[in-house]
Structures are given as structure tokens and as C-alpha cells.
Design a protein around this ligand. Structure first.
Ligand code: FAD
Length: 329
């Protein structure tokens, strides 16, 4: 089978990687002149290394601890012996995986009336998978996220997460080879988000960029076997984590294609789907109440390790009840 994968982000590249050397002849088309150009803080949580290679040279640091702030006040700090995740040089990570697959850069895809064109030229494929990220999503299912890169001298093993009583969203300070990436994303105007960002910015600003990020959970109408990654909604809505879940969705797609199984059924059976939808439910309920009080209470009262389990999507029903009460299930 000849497969066209549209988009060379974590979802598209990893689908190509999972399918390399198999009966499926996959080509990844990326519209830009390089991979990993999309604004991102490069945080990759642990666990995914069991599914995909993370080339050593692309790992900037291993995350061993985190701090959580509410309205600028430190509310918890945890430092572990074991790593919680990585900061990866995302372009290098994707380039390294891309070397092992048929990846075509500068290849803008349009699919119209079932016809696939690449840079205006018609191409043949038995199947097309869209891994086009937030670029294919509307404003109703995404929020703005903006980020500074600064020269802040920052501990490479720590990450800071910021939450606010007047913003349904999150801020972060992540280590970066140049110093730190400092950002805020949330359900508000870009101006409001930028104001919030100023309150946590430290160090000399070296760069600024932004993009939209999904906060809706999985889009059921796209669960038809043609979408993976953020284009399908695989971002944890409470934290904005999208790299690892996008790779996980690609793995489920690769297995479904190789085993002639129905992707939608396989995906819906996965813990990934369930945990993404729980995150999305927390956000939808906060939006409906127009209040972040519920989340605030969790941050202030719950065991920080349980909060991390929730953030990572690594939770069960009992954990949820402890955090939110039984109404969440
Ligand atoms: C500011 C910010 C910081 C973030 N930080 C983190 C973080 O630290 N950790 C984390 O896990 N997540 C983070 N995220 C989310 C994460 O970046 C995304 O969820 C993740 O990259 C999604 O992967 P993807 O492959 O589905 O889509 P993308 O990475 O968006 O890749 C899609 C690709 O498709 C290409 N494309 C689109 N349309 C076409 C077309 N028609 N033809 C050819 N190519 C096309 C695009 O150029 C793009 O390269 C952040 C998001 C933002 C906005």
C-alpha cells in the first residue's frame, strides 16, 4: 500500500518511522523547508522512549523535578531521583528520525475531491493520513500560546508550571540550550495572554513566537482513520502537552494499518483516548462554569505527585476521584 502522510511534525514523522521497512510504503510530506519549526517548548514526558528512539544527541536535559505556582506563589516543589521527562531539541529529534524514512520537505499538500497534489502536481496514494497539527483546526477548538526564549540561567533539570485564578490555561518555564523558554497559553485574548507572560518573564529576551494549541480533546468527527496527532486533538487540554500523545496516536495508527484493524475502534479502546477526554472534560466544565476554582482547589489540596500523574495522563479512576470527586467519571 502506498501511504501519503501530510505533515512532518511528531505525529507524521513518527508514523513514517513506525512503518519503515514494513509492507506499507509511506511518504511524509512537509510543507516547510525543515521539520520542527513550529513554536514549541520541547518538553517530552517519560514513557515514550519505550515506543520510539530518542536520539541521544537530541536530548538537551533530563527533567527530574518541577515546581507548581498559583498566581505567582509557589505551592509545591518535587525533585525525584528518576527522570520525569526530557527537554529535546525537537528539530534535531525529528530530523534524525526523518533520516530513516521517505521525508519530503518543501512539499505542500492539497487534497481536493479525493485528488492529492503536492506543490500543485498530482501524486498517487492508496491512502492519505493528515498529521497537519493545529494548522487544520479552528479557533473554537484551540487557544493561543505565546513564548519567549530568554538567556535566563535556568536549572536544566527543573520545569516550572504556572496556573492562575483568572486564566483557564497555563504558563511554563522550561530549560533551553539558550537559557529558558517562558510561555503562557490559555482561554483568553492574545493581549491578555501576553500580559500574563510579562509577569513571569525573566532574563534577556532573545526571541518571541507563538501558535495556537488544541484544548478540546479528541475531535470525534475526525476519528475516521484519516487523522492523527494534534489534527485529531491529541493534546492534554489541562497542560498543553502534545508531542508525546501525538506520537502515541501515530503508534496506534501504525499498528491498525499493519494489522488491518479499524483505527477508530483501536484508538477509542486506548488509555490515551480516555485520558485525553478526561483532561478535555475538566477544561469544558471550567469553561461552562466560567471558573477555574475546581482546578485551583486540586492544585492547593492534592498530593503534588498525584497532580503530576494526572498531568501526564497516567491516572486511573481512583486517582480521579481523589482529585476531583466522583462527578468527573
Ligand atoms: C508555544 C507552544 C509550546 C508548546 N510546548 C510543548 C511542549 O513543551 N511539549 C509538548 O508536548 N507539546 C508542546 N506544545 C504542543 C505541541 O507542539 C504540538 O501538540 C505537537 O507538535 C503536535 O504534533 P503534530 O505532529 O500533531 O503537529 P505539528 O507539530 O503542528 O506538525 C504539523 C506539521 O504539518 C505541516 N503541514 C500542515 N499542513 C500541511 C500541508 N498542507 N502540507 C504539508 N505540510 C503541512 C506543518 O508545517 C507542520 O510541520 C506546544 C505548543 C505551543 C503552541
Amino acid at each position: 500500500m502506498k501511504l501519503a502522510i501530510v505533515g512532518g511534525g511528531p505525529a507524521g514523522i513518527s508514523l513514517g518511522w513506525f512503518l519503515r521497512g514494513t509492507k506499507i510504503d509511506a511518504t511524509v510530506y512537509e510543507g516547510l523547508d525543515d521539520v520542527g519549526k513550529k513554536p514549541c517548548a520541547w518538553g517530552l514526558l517519560k514513557g515514550i522512549e519505550n515506543q520510539i528512539d530518542i536520539p541521544k544527541e537530541s536530548i538537551y536535559s533530563e527533567i527530574k523535578g518541577f515546581r507548581i505556582f498559583l498566581d505567582g506563589k509557589l505551592i509545591s516543589e518535587v525533585r525525584e531521583r528518576e527522570r520525569l521527562g526530557y527537554i529535546v531539541d525537537k528539530p534535531m529529534f525529528l530530523r534524525k528520525l526523518g533520516e530513516k524514512i521517505d521525508l519530503r520537505l518543501n512539499s505542500k499538500v492539497v487534497v481536493k475531491d479525493g485528488v492529492l497534489t503536492v506543490n500543485g502536481k498530482q501524486e498517487q496514494a492508496d491512502k492519505v493520513i493528515f498529521a497537519t497539527g493545529h494548522y487544520s483546526l479552528g479557533k473554537d477548538v484551540t487557544i493561543p500560546a505565546v513564548q519567549y526564549i530568554t538567556d535566563l540561567n535556568y536549572d536544566p533539570e527543573m520545569v516550572d508550571m504556572y496556573f492562575y485564578s483568572d486564566l483557564l490555561g497555563y504558563g511554563w518555564i522550561f530549560p533551553d540550550p539558550k537559557g529558558a523558554k517562558i510561555g503562557v497559553g490559555g482561554y483568553g485574548s492574545v493581549d491578555f495572554i501576553k500580559e500574563k507572560l510579562k509577569t513571569i518573564t525573566k532574563g534577556k529576551v532573545l526571541g518571541f513566537h507563538g501558535a495556537r494549541v488544541s484544548d478540546f480533546g479528541v475531535l470525534e468527527e475526525r476519528l475516521n482513520g484519516s487523522y492523527i496527532g494534534e489534527a485529531l486533538g491529541t493534546v492534554y487540554a489541562v497542560t498543553g502537552e502534545g508531542i508525546r500523545p501525538s506520537i502515541m496516536s501515530a503508534k496506534i495508527m501504525a499498528n491498525a494499518l499493519l494489522e488491518d484493524k479499524d483505527f477508530s475502534k483501536e484508538f477509542k479502546r486506548s488509555k490515551l483516548y480516555w485520558s485525553l477526554q478526561i483532561h478535555a472534560k475538566v477544561i469544558k466544565e471550567a469553561k461552562a462554569r466560567n471558573s477555574v476554582k475546581g482546578l485551583e482547589r486540586v492544585l492547593l489540596k492534592a498530593d503534588p505527585r498525584l497532580v503530576v500523574k494526572f498531568a501526564m495522563g497516567d491516572f486511573g479512576k481512583l486517582d480521579l476521584i481523589k482529585l476531583f470527586g466522583s462527578s468527573i467519571i
